[in-house]
Design a protein around this ligand. Structure first.
Ligand code: PHB
Length: 368
């Protein structure tokens, strides 16, 4: 008898039963309706097609107008957005799937053209993310990001409130849970890492202070959802968006330990550059330091193949794996992995923005 495929061993994530270990990672596709950054029927169809994932973690979604950093990304702060997302969650559930929302505030990775009243983007400290870019309209191309304004201490409760509201709205929209985006150089990651946080109040300076805002946010989100339906995404060694930390192992083990004490269901770790080529391998010592203190589910991300996922699950190095670009190009990725079938190639010219092309028109195995 053939050995059972570990990718299809069910697993309980929090209190949610997942039928397989092949998760869809949060992927910015920049296809929300304008004006208003509202999810559409086309977005619902895209996610419905991918409902065989063990879990879909829907794309990064701004919790407030201030939290927006790119043209055409969806929000979760208006009634129209809640209704748009409800179409998405209903479609996924009707197809037998499960879907979380990723709660996002971009912090300094934005542009006055995208901000209310053309304000400067906000950040822990007024440090320009050198070399980081965004796009502000369909024909802007990639543009430079200005030096942000440092948030005042008095503004912190409002930031927490933005996430709390996003969490409440996600519940109204019918999601199964939420992931707090603490990765890839966006607001909460900017607070966590020493390169972008040089504050001298309670929200910066010491490691304990750098963890404070992210933990307050996770706390608020747990208030809304309960620990079984909340996860956090981190990218300890990622340099995307001009990020750097003096001691990623110490920073992220300390954060993971606090998250473990809170009891949240999972931590998802970007183990490679989010668009990486896997050149430096995985940061094993950071991964081990996180796993040593975080007792609940570990989710790995970053340029995994089916075989590497099988290997690392079998070796106890991860519980689950999120797949990004393979899921863009293969709506039926689990079935292809199960059968060891060939994968469609992705077309990176259609990742961000546009229509159905490169979005809902990738073929299923059954089409061929
Ligand atoms: C992006 O839109 O480029 C983007 C968004 C969220 C991420 C990473 C990249 O976590």
């Amino acid at each position: 008898m053939a050995t059972p495929d570990v990718l299809f061993q069910p697993l309980k994530l929090g209190d949610l039963e997942l039928p397989n270990r092949i998760l869809m990672s949060p992927l910015t596709r920049s296809r929300a309706a304008q004006p208003g950054d509202v999810p559409t029927a086309m977005n619902a169809e895209y996610y419905r097609q991918r409902a065989s994932a063990g879990l879909i973690i829907a794309e990064a979604t701004q919790v407030s107008p201030q939290g927006k950093g790119y043209a055409f990304t969806p929000g979760i702060h208006s009634q129209a957005q809640i209704e748009g997302w409800r179409q998405v969650t209903s479609a996924v559930h009707a197809a037998g799937g499960r879907i979380y929302l990723q709660l996002w505030h971009v912090g300094r990775i934005s542009h006055p053209e995208l901000q209310p009243d053309n304000a400067l983007p906000v950040a822990p400290s007024a440090i320009k993310p050198e070399g980081a870019k965004t796009f502000i309209s369909a024909d802007s191309g990639m543009v430079d990001i200005p030096t942000p304004r440092a948030l005042t201490t008095e503004e912190m409760p409002d930031i927490v409130a933005q996430y709390r509201k996003g969490a409440e709205n996600a519940k109204q929209a019918g999601f199964d849970g939420v992931e707090v985006h603490c990765a890839n150089g966006y607001l909460l990651d900017q607070f966590l890492r020493s390169g972008s946080n040089q504050r001298d109040d309670d929200y910066g300076g010491s490691l304990e202070n750098r963890l404070r805002l992210p933990l307050e946010v996770v706390h608020a989100v747990v208030d809304v959802w309960g620990v079984e339906r909340v996860g956090v995404r981190v990218s300890p060694t990622g340099s995307f968006n001009a990020m750097q930390d003096d001691n990623p192992e110490e920073t992220f083990a300390a954060f993971a330990k606090k998250l473990d004490a809170l009891g949240i269901a999972f931590i998802e770790v970007v183990e490679d550059s989010f668009q990486g080529n896997h050149a430096n391998g995985r940061p094993e010592s950071v991964i081990e330091a996180i796993q040593a203190v975080f007792s609940r589910t570990y989710i790995a991300n970053g340029n995994y193949t089916a075989d590497e996922a099988r290997e690392r699950i079998t070796a106890g190095k991860t519980d689950l794996v999120t797949f990004g670009r393979p899921f863009i190009a293969n709506p039926d990725l689990p079935e292809r992995f199960r059968r060891n079938a060939p994968l469609n190639d992705w077309d990176d010219s259609t990742f961000y923005g546009g229509d159905e092309h490169g979005y809902t028109d990738y073929p299923f195995l059954s089409d061929t």
